[in-house]
Design a protein around this ligand. Structure first.
Ligand SMILES: CC(=O)N[C@H](C=O)[C@@H](O)[C@H](O)[C@H](O)COP(=O)(O)O
Ligand SMILES: C=C(OP(=O)(O)O)C(=O)O
Length: 353
């Protein structure tokens, strides 16, 4: 069933509070510039239970100015002497992207990418990706958001590095331009120190933006926080996936291995069952314990029939047979027994009138 707040991220995938959380395996640039590794990561994401694989698409001269491309980038995670060389090494061509898209289609997993400039929006739109991801670096890039919105595709927008005022402006813009979108809480550090995650932002977003679906794009170590994000109401979870957390590259360390990713998905699915519904009643599985240890009203002394019952007449014990439940104490006061009851004997419901 669809409701006004549903986010249709891909045909047949409706995100709302009743449906399973949508899990995105962010391959990003963890493929090391190697299409075979990218395919292995797609396989691993599918096997781990992700709903979707995601890459990053840039047109380098659109995304960076010349000085940024010429910036020396000599650290341990660099694939070139300058940032431009490094990024070029990691950037797949449109043909590569199409090959990966068809690979993902063949194994049955949704494929998409973040568009990091307007040229890349066009590339991904032409490839007919089911949704456009806007990474945190572009969340305050309003012309890009507006341009992406004109494509009328679902949009998933991360909010790392931004303040609430900017996120509110994004929400207002998107409501006007393309209301089928979701905002993800995100902190853009690799890995994020736990004390800076502020999962409470999910609650903040839920109250600020009550008519859209909220998600979480995590860069912390381990799976616990991302699973907890689901408990707080995140309906999309995105995590980086890697074949080896020790590989060269900025994101590997804060990525999940296929084993960890699979564990996270299982934990999310288990959690979803555990979250259940806001309904408080004795559960079928509690019956054994209730029969063994549930408390009953018993006679605190020999009680004669026909005399109004008082609090002092009654004790509460685990008793056989099981009689009036303990919580019925106040409701039987002033009523009478239709037969005498021995001290320590259970008070049975059909003996009280
Ligand atoms: C904000 C943003 O785009 N973040 C992305 C998504 O999380 C990252 O994957 C970056 O592309 C990555 O960390 C950049 O690393 P380097 O600078 O070594 O290529
Ligand atoms: C930067 C990206 O994501 P996030 O901001 O969610 O980490 C991205 O998807 O390219």
């Amino acid at each position: 069933m669809c409701s006004a707040n549903d986010f249709v991220i891909s045909p047949g995938y409706v995100i709302n509070k009743n449906n399973p959380c949508f899990v995105i395996a962010e391959i990003g640039q963890n493929h090391q510039g190697d299409i075979q590794i990218a395919k292995q990561l797609i396989d691993a994401s599918k096997a781990a239970g992700a709903n979707c694989v995601k890459f990053q698409k840039s047109c380098l001269t659109e995304k960076f100015n010349v000085a940024a491309l010429n910036r020396p980038y000599t650290g341990q995670h660099s694939w070139g002497k300058t940032y431009g060389e490094h990024k070029k090494y990691l950037e797949f061509s449109t043909e590569d992207f199409k090959e990966l898209q068809s690979y993902a289609r063949n194994i049955g997993i949704i494929f998409s990418a973040s568009a990091m400039d307007c040229v890349s929006v066009d590339v991904l739109h032409d490839m007919d990706v089911p949704f456009l991801k806007i990474g945190s670096g572009d969340t305050n890039n309003f012309p890009l958001l507006e341009y992406a919105a004109t494509k009328n595709r679902p949009m998933v927008i991360s909010t790392g590095m931004q303040d609430l005022e900017t996120v509110r402006a994004v929400y207002t813009l998107m409501k006007k331009m393309n209301a089928n979108f979701s905002l993800l809480h995100c902190i853009s550090s690799y890995p994020v120190p736990v004390e800076q995650i502020n999962l409470e932002v999910i609650n903040l977003y839920k109250s600020e933006f009550p008519d859209i679906q909220i998600g979480y794009s995590g860069h912390e170590l381990g799976t616990m926080v991302s699973v907890a994000a689901v408990a707080m109401g995140a309906r999309i979870v995105e995590r980086h996936i890697t074949l080896d957390t020790s590989w060269k590259g900025t994101d590997h360390k804060s990525s999940l291995t296929p084993v960890e990713f699979s564990k996270m998905v299982q934990e999310i699915r288990e959690l979803e069952k555990a979250l259940g519904k806001p309904e408080k009643k004795r559960q079928p599985s509690e019956l054994d314990c209730f029969m063994k240890l549930g408390k009953t009203l018993v006679a605190g002394k020999y009680l004669k029939q026909g005399i109004p019952l008082q609090k002092e007449d009654i004790k509460i014990k685990v008793a056989d047979p099981k009689g009036c439940p303990a919580e019925s104490l106040n409701s039987i006061l002033g009523k009478v027994l239709i037969r005498d009851v021995e001290e320590d004997e259970s008070i049975m419901e059909d003996n009280v009138v």
